[in-house]
Design a protein around this ligand. Structure first.
Ligand code: GLU
Ligand code: MG
Length: 378
């Protein structure tokens, strides 16, 4: 962004802030970390865990830039049923026009918080929109994900709308993802561009991504942590249900994005498609960094890229489906030495207790009941 753009954004943010203050809709927030009474880091503090993972990688000379892409579905009124707030077709201009006032307030409120919105667009599912914000340090990216969601929730209420970030708002169709984009940097250079590897990947960028791919089954218990996550995470629904990677492949769990011609050195990144909005973003980045660092330590290499929907490949293709239930994902997490060590026993125990509690609470429910019961929890 050049100086003029920056000044223009600052002006928009100032105007948005004074507008919000005039309408008495301001809030303040301060993301913080937990310590025990002796002043030691709390073993279950997600933000501290994420920050320590960033620091550790920094000690090895690497930085990660990350961003959460947030999809949400908007319903009319206060009721618990889901009534889509727009009728226009998927990806259509009509949807933007129908809810222009609402979306303008979302963008303005975010401008007032200082978050750079890269894109806001109408998504595929009924009443669904998506917002992308600028990449940042992973802890800041997780802070931004929380702030974006709470801002969307508050603005929605102001418009007599209800926002759901639940992985599956209704049992049928496509769900809400919370995809995470990440790139690895060293000495100011993106390790995912300008290298000799596939599509220009550098060896460190490839090793980091290979680590993430290898640990995806266990990572799902973090990034796709709800029973509803597995209603969403099904083949051919753009959710990334197979452990593979590919260039711009929206069905691969890891989608490689090079960015537009001329911008690769800044833009090239991987997108984890399999994660959703039930996830705690701090735990998510901590898990990704642990997995990526393990890949770096092993000089891991990626398998062959996949450029079709993996669901169309023969079962002996060697492309494994990811865990299909929360039970399977939790078992994969508990069996994953890298992730359990990074998170520590106390945190893994709590995560297991919460996941198993949700599984038990929803035992015997139909997909429709699960979607309805979790719709407004996220
Ligand atoms: N809504 C899809 C999901 O559940 C993703 C659509 C897309 O952005 O490719 O993740
Ligand atoms: Mg999307």
């Amino acid at each position: 962004m050049n100086e003029q753009d920056r000044a223009q954004r600052a002006e928009v943010a100032r105007e948005a802030a004074s507008d919000l203050i005039a309408r008495k809709t301001t809030r303040a927030w301060a993301p913080a970390e937990r310590y025990d009474q002796e002043g030691a880091p709390h073993p279950q503090d997600a933000r501290g865990l994420a920050r320590r993972s960033v620091d550790r990688l920094g000690g090895d000379g690497y930085t990660v830039r990350a961003s959460f892409e947030i999809e949400w579905a908007v319903s009319i009124g206060e009721g618990d049923d889901f009534t889509p707030a727009c009728a226009g077709p998927a990806y259509g201009m009509t949807r933007l026009t129908e809810r222009a006032d609402y979306l303008r307030d979302v963008v303005n409120a975010l401008a007032a918080t200082g978050i750079e919105v890269d894109q806001i667009h109408p998504e595929y599912a009924a009443g669904q929109y998506e917002i992308s914000v600028a990449a940042a340090d992973p802890v800041v990216a997780a802070d931004n994900a929380v702030l974006v969601r709470e801002t969307i929730r508050a603005v929605s209420r102001h418009h007599d709308l209800r926002a759901s970030f639940s992985p599956k708002v209704t049992a049928d169709g496509v769900g809400n993802g919370m995809h995470v984009h990440f790139s690895l940097w060293r000495d100011g250079r993106n390790q995912m561009a300008g290298g000799d590897g596939p599509y220009g990947l550098g060896p460190a960028g490839e090793a980091f991504a290979a680590g993430v791919l290898a640990h995806l089954p266990g990572l799902l218990a973090i990034g796709a942590p709800s029973v509803a996550s597995y209603l969403r995470l099904v083949p051919s629904h753009w959710a990334g249900a197979f452990a593979c990677w590919g260039l711009e492949n929206r069905e691969a769990a890891l989608r490689f994005v090079t960015g537009a011609a001329g911008s690769h050195s800044g833009a090239a990144n991987f997108e984890v498609k399999s994660f959703d909005g039930a996830a705690n973003p701090y735990l998510t980045v901590a898990g990704l960094l642990a997995a990526g660092s393990a890949g770096l330590a092993e000089d891991a290499v990626l398998p062959k890229p996949v450029d079709v929907d993996p669901a169309t490949l023969a079962t002996d293709s060697g492309i494994a489906p990811l865990p299909a239930t929360l039970e399977e994902a939790m078992a994969a997490l508990e069996a994953d030495k890298v992730l359990t060590e990074a998170f520590g026993e106390a945190l893994i125990d709590s995560i297991g207790a919460v996941r198993r509690g949700e599984i038990a609470a929803l035992g015997g429910c139909s997909p429709e009941e699960i979607a309805a019961r979790l719709r407004w929890k996220y």
